[in-house]
Each structure stands twice: as C-alpha cells, then as structure tokens.
Design a protein around this ligand. Structure first.
Ligand SMILES: *Cc1c(COP(=O)(O)O)cnc(C)c1O
Length: 475
C-alpha cells in the first residue's frame, strides 16, 4: 500500500511549540492555487511503512550482488564511523580555512594517495559521480586545446566497448563522438583507430578494463596513436579495483582520469546516495582544474588554479565520501590496495572458469574484475533468455547481474563478484547458475515465470519506462 493510501485526514506526528512571533498571512499571489496534499500519518505508521519498504529492497547486506560495471561491494563500517566524527560533520563550508585545517589535510592527503595510485599530478574530488567526472575531464581537455588556439579539434574517439556514459559525456561537452568498433578479441581495433586519428581529434576516452571486462593489450599503442595526432587520452577508471596498486594509468599514456570513489574506494554505490567521481590529471592540465584545490603545508589554503574551468559542484564535493576513501586507503595500505585488486580479478576469473563449460563466455580469455556471458545459444535452444535467468536468480537469493549490457554482446549477462565475496559465496552462486542452466533444459516454462518469490512478479518494463507514473493522483 502506498503511503498516500495509508493517510488519514488530521493524523500526524508534528508538535509545534507555541508560536512566539507575529503571525503573518501571505498575500494571495504568494499562496498556492491548489491544496497541498501530503500524506498524514502517525510516527508509528511512517516508521513501519519505510521499514516495510526497506525489507522489500535488496542490497549488499542481503546477499550476493554481482551487478557488473557497478561494483556493489561490502564496505567496511569503520569508514562510516570516521565519516560521522563531529570534526567532519559539524563544520560549515564557508568556515575560515584556519578553523578547518584538519579537513583540508584530508582533502590534500586523499589527493596525494590517489595521485600516487593513478600516476597523476593533481586530483579534484569535486565531481559528484562518475559521469560528472567524465564531463569534468573533457572540459579540461577542451580548455587545453582552446588555450593553444587549436580549435579544429571537435571530435572525441570512443570505442564501442566503452561505458555508456562516455559518449554521453562527450556529447554534453560539445564534442561529436567517433565510435570505433572492437576487434574479435574484444579490444580496440587498432587499424580502425589509426584511420580516424587526425588533427580534428580532441582526444580518446578509454574505459579500461572495458565493459567486457578486458584490459586492452594494445593500450600503449592506443595512447601513442592519439598523442601522435595531437589528442589527449582520457582513462575511464570507474572500475579501478581491477588495476589499482598494480598498474598506473599515468604510466600508460593517459592525461586525465576519473575514478568512482563510490565503487572502488568504499562508499556504498546505488540508491542515489552521494558519490564522488574524482578527476586526476597530468601537469599539462593542472592549471585548468576545477576550483578549488588545497595547497600549503603548515598552513593549508584553498587555491583556484590559474585558468580554472570553474566549479563543477558547490564547495568541495561530497566531503564525507572523501573521508571514507581516506579511511579505506589508510586501512588497506600499500600492500592491501593491490591485494584487493587481485582478489577482485581472481574472484571474477574463478566464477568464469567454473561456469564456462556450460555458459558461453563472450570472450573466452582471462578477464579482469568482471566477465560477460552470452546466452544467445541457450535462448536459441531452449527459449530461455538472459532476462529469464536474471529473474530466476532473484528467486534463488541473488541479485541479478547486469543484463543486456554491453550492447556489443547479445543476451549478455555481466557478472562482477567484487573482492569482498568469500569462496563459499562464489561457490553458492556458481551452483545456482548451474542449477538454472539444468532447469532451462528441462522446464524452460518455469523460468519464463520467474521471479515468483517477490512482492511483484515480471513487470512491464517497457511500459514503466515509456509511461511512468511519477505522481500520485489524490481522489
Ligand atoms: C559506473 C561507471 C560509470 C558512471 O559512473 P556514475 O557514478 O554512475 O555516473 C562510468 N564508467 C564506468 C566504466 C562505470 O563502470
């Protein structure tokens, strides 16, 4: 039942103190034209309503959540403890710098560590999400070319195995997108890249590992081709847990990078909570960085880079997310960071290996933090689609993997176990996948009905997307 349907006129839970100021009646022009309908409930009812909703939703605390390209991992609670220290929560963004030196040190230290991990020279934590970071990075590239009066560069190269936000961000930044296909091994087609590299190219955006979970083996050649034609290289490092502590994008010829702090560096991802798409860059772009950066040693100050592209978000981004990232990096340390990375890659390869005798892998080679299977064969033989398997996983206590993405693989299921799952959890998940494969052969009809254990079954997803009902209509 919706919260509106539970409402009873006159019910509520607000007790105002007696009014001790003059009562002002607003003029007609300031008044609403229609009545303000808000649900009226007691506190008990509200509390029960939201608890009931919370129980119906699934998160990482309910079970395995292998949503590929999203890194839905368990994040240590100590991060939350640190982020709720009053020294961090009870400050105001307009406070004078000398009263918040500790917070400036947090920003400065995170910048230092993330620059070390990525091989960059400067880093901002202002952007609020990965896509926001991409847009920021592209604005840096644009500012760079403009500063050199190199205005004919109007295109950004985006391989077709890029995350979907890459072409969108390039378009938002005012560029036209040149899409290049992948070759059969899932990597960038070098000949196709050479064919489009020219003096109209502002840069290339490379998602690495790409959305089929592969580390591009030609990465050094790719960045060189782009540099040779005068373009800059952008590294989509949203899934840095696949490489962190092992290789640095800065060493591979990249000039600018974004990281999803809310995937790799331990802020819960999903639910629309605050995130951070930190952007790092090489020296040649540092003067264009968004305002403000922290500088200074004994006395730290906010400074605006000389040719700053401006502010990408109010103040200093989602600061408490940065506190969590610092806690995470400090807890793992120099040994733990590469270990987390290797575990993420190991877990994905373990699952892939235990499934590839029955499920067709889109690319049968060592993967990074995630792998993609194609259920095209299964669908042809049994009628059971990627959607059917995904929905049946829910009935078996698992959140579905990413479905029908990347677009270059048909009937795709993209699985990212993450580094935080135990072997037992992976074995259970493998057993479920295998069981569903058997069931697809014996009783495909049952799988078309899944899920059957949830409050609602198979939804009309197209209808929901085309004709969304976003407002409650009071009778
Ligand atoms: C998640 C992701 C993004 C987008 O990040 P948001 O925070 O959702 O905007 C970009 N690129 C890749 C490779 C991703 O996995």
């Amino acid at each position: 039942m919706l919260v509106f349907e539970k409402s009873r006129p006159g019910r509520g839970c607000t007790l105002f103190p007696p009014c001790d100021v003059d009562v002002v009646t607003p003029s007609d022009k300031d008044k609403r034209e229609s009545e303000l309908h808000l649900p009226e409930l007691s506190e008990t009812e509200i509390s029960r309503h939201y608890t009931e909703l919370a129980k119906k939703s699934r998160g990482v605390n309910d079970g395995f959540y292998p949503l590929g390209s999203c890194t839905m991992k368990y994040n240590p609670k100590i991060n939350e403890d640190m982020a709720s220290l009053p020294g961090f929560t009870e400050i105001h963004p307009l406070q004078p710098e000398h009263t918040v030196q500790g917070c400036l040190e947090v920003l400065q230290t995170v910048e230092k560590y993330l620059c070390e991990i990525t091989g960059m020279d400067r880093l901002t934590v202002q952007p609020a999400a990965g896509a926001h970071g991409e847009f920021t990075g592209l604005m840096l590239i644009k500012a760079y070319h403009e500063s050199r009066n190199d205005t004919k560069r109007t295109k950004i190269i985006v391989p077709d195995s890029a995350h979907g936000t890459n072409p969108a961000s390039a378009t938002m930044a005012g560029y036209s997108v040149v899409s290049i296909p992948s070759s059969a091994d899932g990597c960038v087609d070098i000949e196709k890249l050479k064919a489009v590299a020219g003096d109209d190219i502002a840069g290339l955006m490379l998602t690495n590992p790409n959305t089929v979970g592969l580390f591009d083996k030609n990465i050094l050649e790719i960045t060189k081709i782009v540099h040779d034609c005068g373009g800059l290289n952008y590294y989509d490092g949203a899934n840095l847990n696949a490489v962190m502590g092992v290789v640095k994008p800065g060493d591979m010829g990249f000039d600018v990078i974004h990281l999803n702090i809310h995937k790799t560096f331990s802020t819960p991802h999903g639910g629309g909570g605050p995130g951070c798409g930190a952007v790092g860059c090489k020296k040649l772009l540092a003067d264009f960085m968004p305002a403000v950066l922290v500088e200074g040693d004994a006395e730290k100050k906010f400074v605006k880079p000389k040719h700053s592209i401006g502010e990408m978000k109010a103040f200093y981004g989602n600061f408490l997310v940065v506190v969590k990232a610092l806690t995470y990096i400090k807890t793992l340390g120099k040994e733990g960071i590469p270990q987390a990375c290797k575990n993420a890659v190991l877990n994905a390869n373990y699952m892939m290996d235990k499934l590839k005798d029955i499920y067709t892998m889109a690319y049968d080679q060592i993967c990074m933090h995630e792998f993609v299977m194609s259920l095209e064969d299964l669908k042809r033989k049994t009628g059971v689609s990627a959607m059917d398997i995904a929905k049946a996983l829910i009935d078996n206590g698992m959140h579905p993997p990413t479905m029908y993405f990347p677009l270059i693989v048909h009937e795709a299921l993209m699985v990212e176990p993450t580094e935080t799952e135990s072997k037992e959890t992976l074995d259970d998940a493998i057993a479920v996948f295998r069981k569903l494969y058997e069931q697809a052969q014996k009783d495909p009809e049952a799988l078309h009905m899944a899920p059957v254990t949830t409050p609602v079954g198979r939804l009309d997803e197209v209808g929901a997307a085309r004709n969304p009902v976003l407002r409650y209509k009071w009778k």
